[in-house]
Design a protein around this ligand. Structure first.
Ligand SMILES: Cc1ncc(COP(=O)(O)O)c(C=O)c1O
Length: 491
């Protein structure tokens, strides 16, 4: 039975008629295959009761759906999702139309690993979902990027790029990135030190494959970017956690570990620690580099949101001070521009980059050369920097508004520090509250908290989650906080 009660969200203040809000949400579920063809819809009286609306609203909604061709009403029998839907592709696409009936059993054995589970929950229409800090795609320079892409695709001189190319990535982009990163990040690399990836996550995975085998140890922060934790665990490694305080990863604790055992690597998000957003202090940066060259471990530096700093200029990465060839520096354009543009880089000594390129070839012969070429233009012409400057102004305003709304409406329940950079606030719930209950109440008010449990992989009950502010405009942030406030008032 389709979960009608929890699947629909009605915003009585939105100015849009309730029956229309409902019918849009029905269409969404039909399109997604959650209500497949020929499904009998719940009766109007029962649905009205479940959703606490007048029966006439449901009747008007079903009439609207029938008018648009999504459902048909058979007298004395009921209302059914139509066998032939208005857009034929919804039916012919088995993955959406038959989603609820997908075959799940296999006639063979395969290897599974629970560390690969990284489920994300999907918000129903009308709900606001809290992410862990991603860019607002409405501000993305999609038109500019598409213009460059189209122009390049039509050029005779670009025909070469349409064939198989280098596993290391498009040469032009590698040259442009070398110049750009040497200038902006204080690096001194050549193209031999750089592999183009499909985003930072691929860089983390490649590093993990080359550094870690069953039984090897890697040090990560407590708490840490959950996807990195899972990537390392999935390589068979043991995670050794060290605390993270207001100066970032605690190098004093790292020293204690190093005196007792061998580690292969340390993973850091030194610029803005994920999730707590703090910056690794200058003193600890130097200590970490000294330890790395002394104890011969790798430092995986994930600089996922380098560009976004509101109180000071970006801090140069560890990689820029690395004299001992210890750092593997990872970044991408996915936060600065938009997650859809899968262009990133892994920077390290040539021998490591060469091996990373070889291993990458097994899962991805090469990247999207045309997109990479497009980004070489986008960066070379200064368009990317102009875009970053533009969105920074928006994100700074959003950070300030979000923090002041949180402070005014939710300070009895939560604690947080204003982040100096990045796209998210690290919010801790006061001891007497639990996210589990808050999450349930929030859904009823139209807010999806997401997988808040994943921030506590080490099960220390720290009670924090990251709340992204960048993706929502000012109006949306106000609605979000007022819905959260309502949820807390009902706690
Ligand atoms: C700390 C951190 N590293 C890496 C990534 C992955 O980024 P990309 O989209 O470039 O693969 C994210 C994405 O949210 C992140 O937060």
């Amino acid at each position: 039975m389709f979960p009608y009660k929890t699947s629909f969200f009605l915003d009585r203040k939105s100015g849009s008629a309730l029956y229309l809000q409902l019918s849009h949400q029905f269409i969404h579920y039909i399109k997604k295959g959650h209500l497949p063809s020929t499904t009998k819809l719940i009766g109007t009286r029962s649905l009205a009761e479940l959703l606490n609306v007048h029966r006439k609203t449901i009747v008007a909604c079903y009439e609207e759906l029938e008018l648009q061709g999504w459902v048909e009403t058979i007298p004395k029998k009921g209302t059914y999702v139509k066998a032939t839907l208005p857009i034929s592709s919804f039916q012919s696409n088995p993955s959406s139309a038959n989603k609820t009936k997908a075959i799940d059993t296999v006639g063979f054995q395969f290897y599974r690993d629970s560390h690969r589970n990284y489920e994300t929950s999907e918000a129903s229409p009308g709900m606001i979902s809290i992410d862990d800090g991603i860019s607002d795609t409405r501000l993305a320079p999609t038109v500019d990027v598409a213009r460059i892409y189209r122009k390049l695709a039509g050029k005779r001189s670009t025909q070469e790029e349409m064939s198989y190319g280098s596993t290391y990535g498009n040469l032009r982009l590698r040259e442009v990135l070398v110049a750009y990163l040497n200038e902006t990040r204080g690096l001194s690399i050549t193209i031999d030190n750089l592999l183009i990836t499909r985003g930072s996550q691929m860089g983390i995975w490649l590093s993990s494959q080359l550094l870690l085998k069953e039984g090897d140890c890697i040090v990560v922060g407590e708490t840490n970017y959950p996807s990195a934790d899972l990537t390392f665990l999935q390589s068979g490694a043991t995670l050794l956690r060290v605390p993270v305080d207001e100066d970032g990863l605690c190098t004093e604790r790292l020293q204690t570990i190093l005196e007792k055992q061998v580690i292969k690597a340390v993973y850091v998000t030194s610029h803005h620690h994920h999730p707590s957003t703090v910056t690794l202090s200058a003193e600890r940066r130097l200590r970490l580099l000294n330890m790395a060259s002394h104890y011969k471990f790798a430092v995986i530096e994930d600089d996922y949101d380098y560009d976004f700093n509101y109180n000071h200029a970006p801090i140069l990465p560890l990689a820029s001070h690395d004299k001992g060839q210890s750092v593997i520096y990872i970044g991408s354009v996915c936060k600065a521009v938009a997650p859809v543009f899968r262009v990133g880089y892994l920077i390290a000594s040539k021998s490591f980059v060469d091996e990373a390129a070889r291993i990458r070839r097994f899962v991805d012969r090469q990247g999207d050369a045309l997109l990479e070429l497009t980004f070489s233009e986008f960066i070379r012409t200064g368009d990317m920097d102009r875009h970053i400057r533009k969105v920074m102004r928006h994100y700074e305003r959003r950070r300030d508004l979000f923090c002041s709304l949180l402070q005014d409406a939710l300070s009895p329940y939560l604690e947080f520090d204003i982040p100096k950079g990045g796209m998210a606030v690290w919010v801790r719930l006061k001891k007497e509250y639990s996210w589990e209950r808050v999450a349930k109440l929030a859904v009823e008010e139209g807010v999806l908290l997401g997988n808040w449990e994943r921030y506590d992989m080490a099960k220390t009950q720290h009670n924090g989650i990251r709340m992204g502010f960048a993706r929502h405009n000012e109006e949306e942030l106000k609605v979000l906080v007022s819905r959260l406030e309502k949820a807390f008032l009902r706690y």
